[in-house]
Write a protein that binds this ligand. Sequence first.
Ligand code: NDP
Length: 293
Amino acid sequence: MILLDGKKISAEIKNEIKKDVDSYIKKGYRQPHLVAILVGNDPASTFYVKSKMKSCAQVGFKSTNLNFESNISEERLLEEIKKLNNDEKVDGFIVQLPLPEHINVNKVLAAIDPEKDIDGFHPFNLGRLILGMDTFVPATPLGILEMMKRYNIDTKGKDVVILGRSNIVGKPLAISLVQKQYPGNATVTIVHSKTENLNVKLRNADILVAAIGMPGFVKENMVKEDAVVIDVGINRVEDKTKKSGYRIVGDVDFENVASKCSFISPVPGGVGLMTVVSLLLNTLKAYKNRYGI
Ligand code: NDP
């Protein structure tokens, strides 16, 4: 079994980004600039935004966090987005999800300039993804693709089963993996809560990606011998031995599944770190596009 070490490869990628940024700064360009909009004070969202800001600093990006009260109106939020769209000094920005219920998330995402849409959630960019055109691939699928590349995981002709059909993970990953490219050329099945004979389908997977948000859901008997298992889940479970009172686990029962796999990604230390680094890659891409460099 080989561990898909998100900690190691995300550090490598950050070094590569930093070198790139340093070379642009030397040539007289300004720093790449990422802005994160955070609405409200949900602890998980606040944590994610903080870790994105911290990663920006590590690679030499400027970052700005715009924090708004949870009762901000949709109209006002759309105005803020318009400002960022028009700000020459902003290369890319994200609106941290989820948003409060009174705000129409699709309307907000569609208001982002596709050139600055570093989360890749704009319908224009998702359309380009389907067509196999150059685009901003959403950060989590991009992180998984990068992880596959760095470990030379063979995807051609393989049966990939993706557990979870969300717009941010399952669907865009499935689209990427069926394209005529590497990683890709796979036979992809998406399974979800309405899927019949789920275990049979999971057991057929050469590559199994779990993204459902249920701690330890994927058990040993659901995984084929020598499968590649990629765990996207980030779940808090109570743990009295920890100061915080909880620990983070994935959607895979890692302890019992790992020995059966050819490759497996751990949680923490896997896809989560790759997601953050992919957001940096998308920001760098937006910056380079802006200057044609
Ligand atoms: P969503 O809640 O949007 O989607 C969950 C999906 O799982 C749905 O398609 C749902 O099916 C399916 N599902 C739920 N229960 C079952 C079940 N018992 N059997 C089969 N399918 C089921 O989740 P996200 O995609 O946003 O996130 C999934 C997990 O990944 C979470 O733990 C989240 O925290 C984590 N995550 C991690 C990231 C990272 O960087 N590592 C980034 C984003 C998310 P249905 O559609 O039928 O309801």
